[in-house]
Design a protein around this ligand. Structure first.
Ligand code: DLL
Length: 434
């Protein structure tokens, strides 16, 4: 570890060395998965590929994808490559429908995950003298324990406050002198808003850094957290299927660096499933390079993103990804235009008169999907009377038309009518007949 990097060897490794390292790990992983897990043996055989067919990184494109249903179909331990006696932790994610998906870890898997988390938090100014309040859900969700492990590895004081009980979170910030706050960005906004109502000034509190993730959020939301909360808003990205958080993290330049010695990223065209070149948008696909309990080959995340290999001033050579635009399952097609909630969020955040809460209602009009946006205004707008409220709604609607190109009715709902998030915010209410 150095003052700047937690693991300088991998964080600043030359590209050709990294590729050689990845290839070696990839070959081991393909063999491990093929030999240990019937699902992969069958999938490889059906595609007519053998682990030995991977002789260069590009050969990975010949191998089959893994999709979420494979995890559900093999619930709970069908994709586990080791006996349960070697498993030391099992996380799970409920998802929206049906059975959860499981994430088992060996001792070594946990160790590596911890290192990935420490790497990210170290890059984000967390040090042994930090007081880190961890307001991610503690439990089956990978957020709580993932951040706990990484922070403990650095050796800072962790306050495992968990998600929820917002007034207590604010009390802890004040009493313990929290310097680093970990939670979803929407929950951070809830905390800031509640603190303002309580007359507590988070902006001038001890909190300096935020370590946010687990849901899509716009750059405008990031700016809002920074200006309204006085917090440097760092980001983490990850998913249960791979390890949880720890897949990637932002440096001081907001570049999202992928721990590519642990996860090998690809972007594919979600329609053709063909690889997409660097700098072009598509679906993120990851292969875990070092996991033992649950190796993951070409996992289709459904997250829409772009990969870039550009020099970053932080000195890290790790490949970067853009902010996630949204999940392909959350993409709405309105009047023929593809829209993600994060795009609506970007427009809403331009308006200082609205609270950073919103929801999108989807309904059917004939054969067409229609969308309604609901948000809340700041107290002074309600106080100024209904005409002001209506005028604001109209202005937002015409800005959406201008930026996204669709005509969307916007309504300003009564104060505090939209549920505040404590974890992953639910942005879409789908009222379309099933
Ligand atoms: O959300 C892991 C995590 C916890 C990441 C805490 C960061 C911080 P899952 O519950 O399995 O795991 O959800 C994974 O959440 O496929 C993305 O769609 C979304 N997601 C996670 N991080 C981000 C992010 C955790 N920074 C799914 N930006 C992923 C946008 C994110 N979306």
């Amino acid at each position: 570890m150095s003052e700047k990097y937690w693991d300088a060897k991998f964080e600043t490794m030359a590209e050709n060395q990294m590729k050689a390292f990845q290839l070696e790990k990839l070959k081991e992983t393909l063999k491990w998965a093929y030999e240990k897990i019937p699902h992969y043996k069958k999938a490889f055989d059906e595609k007519g590929v053998k682990p030995e067919d991977c002789q260069k990184l590009e050969d990975l494109a010949k191998f089959p994808f893994t999709v979420k249903t494979a995890l559900r179909d093999n619930y709970p331990f069908g994709l586990c490559a080791v006996p349960l006696s070697e498993v030391v932790r099992i996380h799970a994610s409920s998802g929206t429908t049906g059975k959860p998906i499981t994430g088992p870890y060996t001792k070594e898997d946990l160790e590596q995950w911890t290192e990935c988390m420490a790497r990210g938090l170290w890059a984000q100014e967390v040090r042994p003298d930090s007081i880190l309040q961890n307001a991610y859900g503690m439990g089956l969700f990978t957020g709580g324990l993932g951040f706990l492990q990484g922070a403990m590895r650095i050796g800072c004081a962790v306050v495992p406050s968990g998600a929820g009980m917002t007034e207590r979170q604010i009390l802890l910030i004040q009493d313990f002198g929290t310097t680093a706050l970990c939670c979803t960005p929407s929950y951070c906004m809830t905390i800031i808003e509640r603190a303002e109502k309580m007359g507590v000034d988070i902006k001038n509190s001890t909190v300096r850094t935020g370590h946010f993730g687990a849901e899509p959020w716009s750059i405008e939301m990031r700016d809002e957290i920074e200006s309204r909360g006085g917090i440097h808003a760092y980001e983490h990205y990850g998913l249960t299927e791979l390890m949880g958080p720890g897949v990637s993290f932002t440096c001081e330049n907001y570049s999202i660096h992928i721990n590519e010695d642990h996860v090998y990223p690809e972007i594919v065209d979600p329609a053709t499933l063909e690889p997409v070149e660097l700098g072009k948008e598509g679906e993120l696909v990851f292969t875990a390079l070092q996991r033992r309990a649950m190796p993951m080959i070409r996992y289709r995340t459904r997250d829409i993103c772009t990969l870039r290999r550009e020099k970053c001033d932080c000195g890290r050579t790790l490949i970067t990804m853009d902010k996630i635009l949204g999940r392909s399952d959350d993409m709405m097609i309105i009047s023929g235009v593809n829209v993600f909630p994060s795009q609506v969020e970007s427009v809403l955040m331009e308006f200082k008169e609205v609270e950073p809460v919103y929801q999108i209602r989807l309904a059917k009009k004939g054969y067409l999907d229609v969308m309604y946006v609901e948000t809340e205004a700041r107290p002074e707008i309600y106080a100024a009377g209904q005409a002001k409220v209506d005028e604001l709604a109209k202005r937002i609607s015409s800005r959406i038309q201008q930026v996204i190109g669709i005509n969307v009715p916007v309504s300003i709902t009564p104060q505090d009518s939209i549920e505040r998030s404590i974890g992953k915010a639910k942005r879409i209410i789908d009222e379309r007949p099933k």
